[in-house]
Design a protein around this ligand. Structure first.
Ligand SMILES: Cc1cc2nc3c(=O)[nH]c(=O)nc-3n(C[C@H](O)[C@H](O)[C@H](O)COP(=O)(O)OP(=O)(O)OC[C@H]3O[C@@H](n4cnc5c(N)ncnc54)[C@H](O)[C@@H]3O)c2cc1C
Length: 512
């Protein structure tokens, strides 16, 4: 078995670590910026140890962590609700709709064989949306409670830099205030990238924000972009009855992070559920045609043109960092060519007391990545060290079956030139999946051919999003596939497929 020889510290130099520091930028020595950046103000009492702009996952987690660490902290949020994109218009509402639309679809199509006979099944979309809103409001209010519990001052308004230590806030309830801080964290998140030539109205031409709030099921929906958000939302509306066509510029769905073999399976399974795909295809333009649209597409490399009818068009071509109105010009901080705020390994901008975390800087735009950075950034302020392993951040697509992965995919490992081996195990050979009549998909391990160290784990199948936690832990601890294969997994569980795929990588699976 591999032993873990690498200390768990911020600057762990593994090949998997994605450097935060822009290429060539100098590494600044670690320092405790509370003391260094301390300045004298007329109203010193009002100065906070830390002020955070943005109350999304990155911002609110940083605020709670700071409160727990004894810092005087304020968090400025302009939405009027805490939780940012994730809780209000992202992860949570989309998963509520994914869960309930799956249930609806299952009741419609997958009960008879289980010995359950149901009468007329009707969709009450308004109620489904209410259920979503109940989850959202419960969670956002929960964060307000946690703010109080941890002595975080919550300022409802839009923050903008007046100078390097002062933030002016345009309050939601009217009026203005300003707050001074020794340390500042920018956590202003991201927004949907618009599609040139299409004006978003969130009713007919929508982003994910419109897609979680449609008032009726569209007859025909075109999804521009076959990444995770497009596929999740397309999946919701397809289950509820829409004819969904996904147009994707690349040759695979799921984005470049998804393992190509898994992406192919995912496409096949989503196709079986009714979704249509046009890969290697680019959208050229859209025109209104009465109440509906014609979306003109052509082969990505040029060639045959075609028009697809749609009554709703979902633009899901990615997200971009959001820093508008922050007054960055007042403090001389700029963004890079992708709109990201540039930082070093300790999340510091060129003004070391101003740090940046979450979607508005480098790395994958994921809530749990934002959370990790939030804790680490506060620890850099309070303790001078923090830890995020960018090589072990899991990704999940919450369709059915789910797709989840962590580490490198096979295309990446191949391109790196490392000698590797692959082991797989299908859910069709797993006793629990068979019991549940839910056997589509597989678990795939990729490991270093010489050391057996795990390089990547890819799952398509039921509960993949929960199961990937074990893979993430294995990767974090530098485990080998033998480590996983020799670990007892409860029977009968889906996770036995995980163990058997590991066994298949260093030896042989038992049940396949
Ligand atoms: C449809 C959808 C589904 C998603 N599903 C998942 C998922 O399943 N899992 C996952 O990990 N990630 C998911 N994501 C991504 C996830 O939502 C983001 O990665 C996460 O929200 C990033 O957190 P953040 O705090 O950096 O930014 P945000 O959540 O965007 O928060 C930033 C906050 O800052 C506020 N703000 C901005 N400027 C100012 C200002 N000047 N003053 C005051 N406040 C300001 C904004 O109002 C916002 O509330 C999803 C995203 C979408 C759109």
């Amino acid at each position: 078995m591999l032993s873990r020889t690498v200390p768990r510290c911020a600057a762990r130099p593994t090949a998997l670590l994605r450097p935060l520091r822009p290429h060539g930028a100098p590494v600044r020595p670690a320092r405790c910026s509370i003391d260094r950046s301390r300045r004298g103000y007329a109203s010193e009492a009002a100065e906070k140890d830390l002020v955070i702009i943005g109350g999304g996952v990155a911002g609110y987690v940083a605020a709670i962590k700071a409160g727990q660490s004894g810092l005087s902290v304020a968090c400025i949020e302009k939405r009027g609700m805490l939780g940012g994109t994730c809780l209000n218009v992202g992860c949570i509402p989309s998963k509520s709709l994914l869960n309930n639309s799956h249930l609806y679809h299952q009741i419609l199509h997958d009960t008879k064989q289980r010995g359950i006979e149901v009468g007329e099944v009707k969709l009450n979309l308004e109620q489904m949306m209410k259920a979503k809103e109940t989850s959202v409001s419960g969670l956002t209010k929960g964060i307000e409670f946690l703010f109080k519990k941890n002595n975080v001052e919550y300022i409802k308004g839009t923050g903008a830099f007046a100078d390097e230590h002062t933030i002016n806030v345009n309050l939601i309830d009217g009026g203005e205030t300003s707050v001074k801080a020794k340390n500042i964290i920018i956590a202003t998140g991201s927004e949907a990238t618009p599609f040139p030539g299409m004006t978003i109205d969130e009713e007919k031409i929508i982003t994910s924000t419109g897609a979680i709030a449609l008032k009726q099921v569209p007859k025909k929906m075109v999804v521009i972009g076959g990444g995770i958000i497009g596929l999740e939302m397309g999946s919701v509306w397809s289950r509820l009855g829409a004819e969904v066509t996904v147009v994707e510029f690349l040759g695979q769905i799921g984005g470049p992070g998804m393992d190509a073999e898994i992406a192919k399976q995912a496409q096949k399974l989503l196709g079986k559920q009714g979704m249509k795909f046009k890969l290697n295809t680019k959208v050229k333009s859209g025109e209104e045609s009465g109440e509906a649209f014609k979306i003109n597409v052509e082969a990505a490399k040029g060639g045959k043109e075609e028009a697809i009818d749609a009554d709703v068009v979902l633009v899901a071509i990615g997200r971009r960092p959001y820093t508008a109105g922050l007054g960055l010009e007042n403090i001389g901080i700029e963004t890079d060519d992708k709109g990201r705020l540039v930082i070093d390994q300790e999340y510091r901008t060129k003004l070391p007391h101003i740090r940046v975390i979450g979607d508005c800087t480098f790395g994958p735009m994921l809530a749990h990545k934002a959370e990790e950075e939030a804790v680490a950034a506060v620890e850099f302020i309070t303790k001078n060290y923090g830890h995020v392993n960018y090589g072990a951040i899991p990704s999940v697509m919450y369709t059915h079956p789910e797709v989840a992965w962590v580490g490198q995919n096979e295309q990446e490992v191949k391109a790196s030139g490392v000698k590797y081996k692959v082991g797989t195990f299908p859910f069709s050979a797993n006793s629990r999946a068979k019991t549940n009549l839910d056997t589509e998909g597989m678990v795939k391990f990729i490991a270093d051919a010489e050391t057996d160290r795990i390089l990547g784990i890819h799952i398509i199948g039921p509960n993949a999003g929960e199961m990937i936690a074990e893979g993430t832990l294995a990767l974090e601890y530098g485990a080998s596939t033998e480590d996983v294969g020799r670990t007892s997994h409860a029977h009968p569980t889906l996770s036995e497929a995980f163990k058997e795929a590991a066994m298949a990588t260093y030896g042989k699976a038992i049940h396949y």
